[in-house]
Write a protein that binds this ligand. Structure first.
Ligand code: ARG
Length: 307
């Protein structure tokens, strides 16, 4: 009986060693460990790929930014021989068309900037809402359109020093209109120019209370719809309201809204430092010599003659 047990144990041992030898247990363990390592590595690869892609695009972005900042806008303008200026010529006395010519305060300032650069001036007239995009795409070198340097705009373009401070938006109505306060506008149609700070004010203060109608051009388009009675009021700049009421005695400024001391500045493409420098020096010079006041006075006076 005992020998049988011993024999069984011996046989079992022999079989065990044999199986172990044939199947090679340590090898399996080693392979498993290697596999685990490889799986871990494979998991890292897509992660690394993503990181490489991120670094690449970050690098591209920095390179294009650097190119923008080191690009000489002034050199390009001088080589071309003309300064291309975007405006919305519907905003007297800042910019308007008379007998096919571009006129007004902003046009004269633009002329001074072109002179300083020693080049011709070319005006590109477009709807106000298209001006920022025209700058971004390089279609124009600068924008002058009594444009207010708002935080929103500052994100995508650069602004010169301001050359004018407004006292707010004028609410223009027909002379016989009874509109006298913001509340009087409730339930009425109010015209504003698309993409302007006047439109922004209307959306913030009249939304759901008045019907806001947006137009691309102020003069003559918006002035016409007001005179026709299509809208009960239109929102324009303070000086703009002043000259329009003088030119059209059937209109009056009901009141002003939108706070005070909002500047107007020249806009350039983001990073157009050298051009901005020239523009700032021209504006500063015009202000210091009293020439800026003269330009404003003369251009306003042109509209003060009643017809
Ligand atoms: N100051 C206002 C703005 O920046 C209105 C300017 C309108 N200018 C014009 N040329 N239509 O939004």
């Amino acid at each position: 009986m005992e020998t049988k047990v011993i024999a069984a144990i011996v046989i079992a041992l022999i079989i065990g060693v044999f199986i172990g030898y044939v199947i090679n247990i340590p090898k399996i363990q080693q392979l498993e460990a290697e596999l685990k390592e490889l799986e871990k590595a494979a998991g890292i690869v897509p992660e690394l790929k993503k990181q490489i892609e991120n670094l690449k695009s970050e690098n591209e972005e920095l390179k294009s930014k650097l190119a923008k900042y080191t690009k000489s806008y002034v050199e390009e303008i001088k080589k071309r021989g003309k300064l291309i200026v975007g405006t919305s010529a519907d905003w007297p006395p800042f910019e308007y068309i008379e007998d096919g010519n571009y006129m007004g305060i902003d046009i004269r300032i633009a002329q001074k900037i072109a002179e300083k650069l020693g080049v011709e001036l070319e005006i590109k007239d477009m709807k106000f809402a298209a001006l920022i995009e025209a700058l971004k795409t390089g279609m124009v070198d600068m924008v002058i359109a009594d444009m207010t340097p708002t935080a929103e705009r500052e994100k995508v373009v650069d602004f010169s020093v301001p050359y004018y401070f407004s006292k707010g938006h004028a609410v223009l109505v027909l002379k016989e209109s009874a509109i006298d306060s913001v509340e009087d506008l409730y339930g009425k149609k109010v015209g504003v120019q698309l993409g302007t700070t006047q439109e922004e004010w209307a959306k913030e203060n009249l939304k759901g209370k008045a019907e806001i109608v947006s137009y691309n051009k102020v003069y003559p388009e918006m002035v016409m719809v007001l005179m026709r009675g299509d809208v009960s009021a239109i929102l324009v700049g303070d000086i703009v309201g002043g000259v329009l009421t003088s030119k059209f005695p059937e209109l009056k400024i009901a009141f002003y809204v939108g706070g005070s001391s909002v500047g107007a500045a020249v806009a350039v493409a983001e990073g157009a430092e050298d051009l901005k420098y020239v523009i700032n020096s021209v504006i500063q010079e015009l202000i210091e010599t009293g020439e800026m006041d003269k330009i404003f006075e003369e251009e306003i006076a042109k509209w003060m003659i009643k017809e």
